[in-house]
Design a protein around this ligand. Structure first.
Ligand code: SF4
Length: 290
């Protein structure tokens, strides 16, 4: 199959050789387990059943999960094996099931969901670097989109991820996600049953980018679209981009938080103590898989 599933549009025949993402045709997964550290409407009290796919189409230089996003750590899964894992996850009582960076495996994932669809909301957790035709394959299947919105300028997209078209692609993608889901719908206990929740990670020295992105969200996306503003950036993956080798200061965070409040965007704020490596899950170990 010639692959153009993401905006890289490599055109690789992954049965023969991988494209930019380094992935073949067989699904590769680094962790399948309950996860408690997503936003409350996704994790609730019993967690989301998180499926962390290996590989990433964006590969940010500072990625916290470099072993899986850059180095594709994980193990191969058949469609049947994934379907069986989804049953085991659901039996643990999770509120939702989350597919994390699954874009290169959309056809295989859809096949697994045809075998068995979990009876809880399905969440698509991604970098936001998505191709609209690929998202249309997910219409009616995915209930909740949880995309990042990372970089506003082509310069930062290039510098951080060799993706100068990041904002062009991600802005079209999140508008498509909002079109599919409409404004958020919640269960009585606060779990998002349907909707799109935008995530934004503040980067050190780049509060201007953050503020432009938040203004774009307010001006473009449906009113009521929530934003999760994250400040837990830590320099990871031996990042050596000037300015990105430190954490975000309280003053930087406060500047962006105040802008979000002025825009009256609904959403979530992360506490300073969430900037901690303990929140990085264990990948590709025997205990990583239900
Ligand atoms: S999913 Fe991988 S192979 Fe396919 S277009 Fe994107 S980077 Fe290229």
């Amino acid at each position: 199959m010639i692959c153009r599933l993401c905006p890289r549009g490599c055109g690789a025949d992954r049965s023969l050789s991988p494209g930019f993402c380094g992935l073949g045709e067989t699904m590769r997964i680094a962790r399948i387990a309950p996860h408690y550290w997503e936003e409350p409407p996704v994790s609730g009290t019993r967690g989301t059943g998180a499926v962390f796919f290996s590989g990433c189409t964006l590969r940010c230089a500072y990625c916290q999960n470099g072993d899986i996003s850059h180095r594709n750590a994980g193990r191969d899964f058949s469609v049947r094996e994934l379907s069986d894992s989804l049953k085991r996850l659901t039996d643990l009582g999770v509120h939702t099931i989350s597919f994390i960076t699954a874009t290169p495996f959309i056809p295989q994932l859809l096949s697994a969901l045809e075998l068995w669809r979990p009876p809880v909301p399905l969440v698509w957790n991604s970098s936001g670097y998505e191709a609209v035709p690929s998202l249309r394959m997910l219409e009616g299947v995915i209930d909740v989109y949880l995309p990042d919105l990372k970089h506003y300028s082509a310069r930062m997209g290039q510098l951080c991820a060799k993706a100068p078209d990041y904002f062009e692609a991600a802005s079209a993608a999140v508008q498509e996600m909002c079109r599919q889901t409409g404004t958020p719908v919640y269960s009585p206990d606060g779990i998002m049953l349907r909707g799109t929740l935008i995530r934004h990670l503040i980067l050190p020295g780049l509060t201007g980018e953050s503020m432009r992105l938040l203004t774009w969200v307010r001006d473009t996306l449906p009113s009521g679209t929530p934003v999760s503003l994250m400040r837990q950036y830590i320099p990871c993956n031996n990042v050596d981009i000037p300015g990105l080798t430190r954490r975000v200061t309280d003053r930087e965070y406060e500047r962006v938080r105040a802008h979000m409040a002025a825009l009256e965007l609904p959403g979530f704020l992360q506490e300073p103590d969430s900037a901690d490596r303990d929140f990085v899950p264990v990948f590709n170990q025997p205990e990583s898989f239900v």
